[in-house]
Design a protein around this ligand. Structure first.
Ligand code: MLT
Length: 271
């Protein structure tokens, strides 16, 4: 199975969509962790949107939605919630639709949708054989973070096997630039995939694995990254601890008609 990683969201604009049957967007600090937390705590769905205006438009059409998100890691004026996974408690989100916009994470989803919008062709030549329809379909798009790394890898492997194509991990990065915590998470997921499948790594996936340091904990990796230090300076240590917990959730958010819903088993998100 071919596995590659785009190390920033705009790199995802330049991948060959025909190669991939399963895609995971990664924004460990904190968007994809927050999406998972919201869904595990009972949100009906999470709609990732690129800009605050799109979120306000949602509210005009559906006054019952919760608006969540940040700019500069701080809650957007007029929004109900910021981008801390700890804000998305069961009593706040149960049964609600959350519309989320973040600086990098939700833009990464938008980029993935654009890149794969034309992927219905399933490749350059006409697909052959009984699974031709399957191969023509676009990829499964999932949200991954450290908390669901093992579960996300299992879901990615399943989807890639089914489609006969590869796995793409899209790191959201920070302000258009590489971020260590997302690459670290991509490396963890590649390692999980290698326990499940015979993997051939693209350069991005290979670089992500090579960045893994056997003697450093996830908490150390996140706390010492550029964005981790920024969050620490804002007093958000508990967010970082929450985001660093690895393989503790069986939940895998999956994009269905523009909305993330929980696929697979529910995990526990009550901390
Ligand atoms: C982002 O999408 O840039 C992040 O999730 C920022 C944050 O930590 O809130």
């Amino acid at each position: 199975m071919f596995v590659d990683a785009a190390l920033t969201w705009d790199e995802a604009a330049r991948v060959d969509p025909a190669r991939f049957g399963a895609v995971a967007v990664i924004d460990v600090l904190r968007a994809t962790t927050t999406m998972l937390a919201a869904l595990e705590n009972g949100a009906a769905g999470v709609v990732p949107v690129a800009a605050p205006e799109e979120a306000f438009e949602w509210r005009r059409r559906r006054p019952d939605v919760l608006l969540g998100g940040e700019r500069g890691a701080v809650r957007i004026a007029g929004f109900d919630l910021g981008n801390s996974p700890l804000e998305y408690a069961p009593e706040t989100v149960r049964g609600k639709l959350v519309v989320l916009t973040t600086t990098n994470g939700t833009r990464a989803f938008r980029q993935v949708l654009q890149t794969f919008a034309a992927a219905g062709s399933g490749g350059s030549g006409p697909p052959e054989g009984p699974d031709a329809e399957e191969k023509r379909a676009g990829p499964a798009v999932l949200a991954a973070c450290l908390r669901n790394a093992a579960a996300a890898a299992a879901a990615l492997a399943r989807e890639a096997r089914r489609s006969g194509r590869g796995v793409l991990l899209v790191c959201s990065g920070t302000d258009g630039r590489f971020s260590r915590e997302d690459a670290y998470c991509a490396g963890v997921i590649v390692r999980h995939l290698e326990r499940l499948e015979d993997v051939r790594r693209g350069d991005g996936a290979d670089a992500a694995v090579r960045l893994l340091r056997p003697d450093a904990s996830a908490l150390e990796e996140l706390s010492s990254s550029f964005h981790g230090r920024r969050l620490l300076a804002l007093g958000l240590e508990r967010d970082i601890e929450f985001c660093a917990a690895t393989d503790v959730s069986a939940g895998v958010p999956r994009l269905v008609s523009g909305m993330l819903v929980l696929a697979g088993n529910r995990g526990s998100c009550g901390e």
